[in-house]
Write a protein that binds this ligand. Structure first.
Ligand code: UDP
Length: 397
């Protein structure tokens, strides 16, 4: 299985992975997150866990079995860690700690390394007699966390042996725990990223009633305020003053994100005043793939973003991205090279960049090519696997 990545990552990358895995054969690694579906973390684990097994580790993945109240609390943590002034209520906090305590007590944690993803299962560590290294892998944009929530979670984070974040921008000066930077990555063989012949792209778009008569502007993101879906409409409104285009916004609902439906309703209201807008909430990974290929320009207008896998996904398909310069996005969009960066909320600048790309196919092609090369170099799952093997090796001495 790992061998098939030679075509994309090169033989040296595979040899390095095999060499790093040699000392870790049979090692039991447990990943814990809070959903099997929706969002970037679940997608990444779907590739990373089988690959870890393929190179000889014994990797497992379990999900914190929650209840709606848990996700109401953890979404507040998520929002607060990204800087919002919000704090879970007493009952939500009680649910959070109780669910984690039960989970820790009744789940099989008989492993050599435990990797906890994001805040949902963070406090499980407090209910374990811990013998093995535990890593807290935070995928959230930690550039400006709400102090009250950060102080509440910090004692739990301090119990961990290592913290992993996606970008240097998220390293916390007040966190003495050793912190590693491992950016996320995409799998070139997953349904979202695999090669897709043009006929298949067209068939997929036809299935959703999206004609290819005008250039497509696309944002693929959960309907989440941090992805600024209303801002996408604002940019599109301005673009339409300059040229014809269609806007497609695709966002499925993640199992651990209770805010999606409400945000979607607001987007639907906003979109009703604009022509040629397609809003889709279906879960369809081949549609993601087809849209990222068919788009003339992909947008990612997040106001906070841990990484934004959708950016690498689009670049991998040779599509330039106009995105906000926040969180993990500038790692992927090199301004003027693989796409354009704008300040969050600067819809005029974003529209101007989109228009310049729509008017210049040569520029689109050059940026698309640079984008694919940049992802090949930095954001394929083989690099992610290598970084994890290297970190696990280091933690186990
Ligand atoms: N995604 C999807 N269908 C959708 C919307 C998103 O499959 O309707 C995928 C998207 O292609 C990406 C992941 O979900 O692989 C989202 O990851 P990202 O890092 O962009 O954002 P997150 O949702 O984790 O904040």
């Amino acid at each position: 299985m790992i061998e098939r990545y030679i075509t994309h990552a090169g033989a040296e990358a595979i040899a390095e992975i095999v060499s790093l895995a040699r000392g870790l054969q049979g090692l039991r690694v447990l990943h814990v997150n809070s959903t099997y579906h929706g969002g970037g973390v679940a997608g990444m684990l779907r590739s990373l866990v089988p690959l870890m097994n393929d190179v000889g580790l014994d990797a497992d993945w379990v999900v914190l079995f929650g209840e709606p109240k848990l996700f109401a609390a953890t979404k507040k943590f998520h929002n607060a860690l990204q800087g919002e002034e919000v704090f879970p209520g007493e009952e939500e906090l009680a649910t959070y700690f109780r669910v984690n305590e039960f989970f820790a007590r009744y789940s099989p944690f008989d492993h050599d390394v435990v990797i906890i993803h994001d805040p949902q299962p963070l406090p499980a560590i407090a209910s374990r007699e811990k013998r093995e290294p535990w890593v807290w892998r935070c995928h959230i944009d930690l550039s400006a966390p709400n102090a009250r929530v950060w102080e509440l979670l910090k004692p739990y984070i301090l119990r961990y042996d290592a913290v992993v974040v996606s970008s240097e921008a998220f390293r916390k000066a007040d966190l003495p725990t050793e912190t590693f930077i491992i950016p996320p990555a995409i799998d070139p063989f997953s349904p979202i990223n695999r090669e897709l012949p043009q006929e298949e792209v067209e068939r997929k778009l036809a299935q959703y009633g999206i004609p290819l008569d005008k250039p497509l502007i696309v944002q693929v993101s959960r309907f989440d305020k941090w992805k600024d879906p209303l801002g996408v409409l604002e940019v599109y409104r301005r673009v339409r003053e300059g040229t014809e285009a269609r806007l497609v916004m695709l966002g499925n609902m993640a199992g651990d994100d209770p805010e999606g439906p409400e945000i979607f309703d607001r987007v639907r209201e906003g979109a009703a005043t604009l022509p040629d807008v397609h809003l889709i909430t279906e879960t369809d990974e081949l549609l993601v793939n087809a849209l990222q290929r068919a788009a003339a320009v992909v947008l990612q207008l997040s106001t906070r973003e841990g990484f934004g896998l959708t950016v690498s996904e689009a670049l991998w398909k040779g599509t330039p991205v106009v995105a906000t310069a926040v969180g993990g996005i500038p790692l992927q969009v090199r301004d003027g090279e693989t796409g354009f960066l704008v300040a969050p909320g600067d819809y005029d600048a974003a529209a101007e960049r989109v228009l310049s790309l729509l008017r210049d196919p040569g520029l689109r092609a050059r940026m698309g090519e640079a984008g694919r090369a940049h992802v090949r170099e930095n954001f394929l799952v083989t690099r992610l696997l290598r970084d994890w093997l290297s970190l696990i090796g280091e933690l186990l001495g």
